[in-house]
Design a protein around this ligand. Sequence first.
Ligand SMILES: *[C@@H]1O[C@H](CO)[C@@H](O)[C@H](O)[C@H]1NC(C)=O
Ligand SMILES: *[C@@H]1O[C@H](CO)[C@@H](O)[C@H](O)[C@H]1NC(C)=O
Ligand SMILES: *[C@@H]1O[C@H](CO)[C@@H](O)[C@H](O)[C@H]1NC(C)=O
Length: 269
Amino acid sequence: MIRAVLCCLCCFLLEGVFGVETDEIEVAVMEGDSFTLRAGLTEIQRDDEVEWRFGSSRTRIIRIAAGNVTRYDDEKFRERLKLERETGDLTITNVSNEHNGVYQLSIIIKNKKTIKRFAVTVYATLPTPVIFIDPSQCSERSRIVLCSVLNVSHVTLSWYKENGLLSNISVSDLSISISLPLEVEYQDKNTYRCVLNNPISYKTQQLDISGLCQTRSDCDCDLCFDTTEAVIRLVVTALMGVAAVAATVLLIKDIRRAGRTHTIRQRCT
Ligand SMILES: *[C@@H]1O[C@H](CO)[C@@H](O)[C@H](O)[C@H]1NC(C)=O
Ligand SMILES: *[C@@H]1O[C@H](CO)[C@@H](O)[C@H](O)[C@H]1NC(C)=O
Ligand SMILES: *[C@@H]1O[C@H](CO)[C@@H](O)[C@H](O)[C@H]1NC(C)=O
């Protein structure tokens, strides 16, 4: 009895997983790039019908029937759509976030209908991560360096020591600001990198150890403190999900300033 139930459950699960996966072809694309969805046809005949639809509402985009191509008016796809008449391949150029979603192709040849689905994920252009020091966490032995990025989703932020991964943090579909701390001892002369990546691209920021404060007292410098503390407070706020637009704008300004902390810090030391 139990075995039968388990088996049934298994069948359901398998069907659920593989039913979707085999149907849906995944496509990843960077914002601003183009992508082509292949219909897999070689020569469309006069009697064949090919139709592309988009999104959960399956809105028609373009169709070939009786040898004619019909475009359906949609702001999102205007000037961005190319359909290969011979093959039915669909190309979308200069993509943005609004082209993210499922594209459904239906082909009718000799009264036989075939459906194909393409799940297109559009990834935003990544910002370069910003590295700054958290002076409130300096100790006699080490200081804490934070690597931050604003308003990101579907990314992983990581710290590498030489080529080894030290730590990372991932963001799924929410657009939030994140920071990842790294403790660096004063004598440490290793190379550290902070890397922000999504499945198709990455941005790297090298940690400039010589630009960091070299002793506890350097790190406590008041001048440096003002800027960085403000940044940390804002990043923490954003982390807690209170990412009001005003705060985010402030944060951007402050992070930009924090980018210049090295200069300020050098003046302090
Ligand atoms: C296809 O185009 C031809 C000529 O432009 C027209 O006569 C015919 O009605 C069109 N067929 C369809 C199905 O729209
Ligand atoms: C690409 O699309 C954006 C809007 O999403 C537009 O501002 C930009 O001008 C377009 N670029 C080209 C080359 O068409
Ligand atoms: C954050 O990202 C979202 C989606 O990528 C965008 O719509 C929004 O304008 C961004 N906000 C800021 C402050 O950059």
